[in-house]
Design a protein around this ligand. Structure first.
Ligand code: URA
Length: 209
């Protein structure tokens, strides 16, 4: 599918299967989410630009590659996005973090922002927006609208599972934002859950109902 990268690394797929099982405990789910997010982060950053820097090893001077540009931003869509942050920050400890809380007003269909905190100079940074589930796409579409309003231009979206309906809505709203996911599932059910899915990601990681 155009604009969508499915990360089918065997370790990602293996961990995802365990996360989907209904009997997987909260503590296991959280640990797996941290592990899988590290692997997803590796893939979503695979083509970051490098620049050459002159350094001195204990033996000699050399030209060596280092990440170019300003520190990247991981933008978590509250609350489930936070579950992906820990593992990603393990891999990119210098990344800056944004938090975005949004919901779609059912009557006006406008994105209502209840929380927004982001580092400066969003327009000069790569912003990787994270949310485990791309279901209807409403919250990720709204969160990205808010990030764009603050200047973000270079954006990628990373999730664990995506529904075809969500991908369609998302791409209609943000055709410039590539999607990275571990799986494209079958469909959304009448309650907006991804099928076969893994249930409510926030509830599963935090032990709520
Ligand atoms: N959000 C979730 O956590 N799970 C779904 O299946 C859909 C949206």
């Amino acid at each position: 599918m155009d604009g969508v990268t499915v990360i089918n690394h065997p370790l990602v797929q293996h961990k995802l299967t365990i996360m989907r099982r209904k009997e997987t405990s909260t503590s296991s789910f959280r640990r797996l989410l941290r592990e899988i997010s590290t692997l997803l982060c590796y893939e979503v950053t695979r083509d970051l630009e490098l620049t050459m820097e002159t350094i001195e090893t204990p033996l000699t001077e050399m030209q060596s590659p280092i990440l170019e540009g300003k520190k990247l931003v991981f933008a978590s869509i509250l609350r489930a996005g936070n579950g992906l942050l820990e593992g990603m920050l393990e891999l990119v400890p210098a990344a800056r973090v944004a938090h975005v809380g949004v919901y779609r007003d059912h009557e006006t269909l406008q994105a209502v922002e209840y929380y927004f905190k982001a580092p400066d100079a969003l327009s000069e940074r790569l912003v990787i927006v994270v949310d485990p589930m791309l279901a209807t796409g409403n919250s990720s579409i709204a969160a990205i609208e808010k990030l764009k309003e603050r200047g973000a231009k270079n954006i990628r979206f990373l999730c664990l599972l995506a529904a075809p309906e969500g991908i369609k809505n998302f791409q209609a709203a943000h055709p410039d934002v590539p999607i990275f996911t571990a799986s494209i599932d079958s469909h959304l059910n009448e309650k907006g859950y991804i099928m076969p899915g893994l249930g409510d990601a926030g509830d599963r990681m935090y032990g709520t109902k």
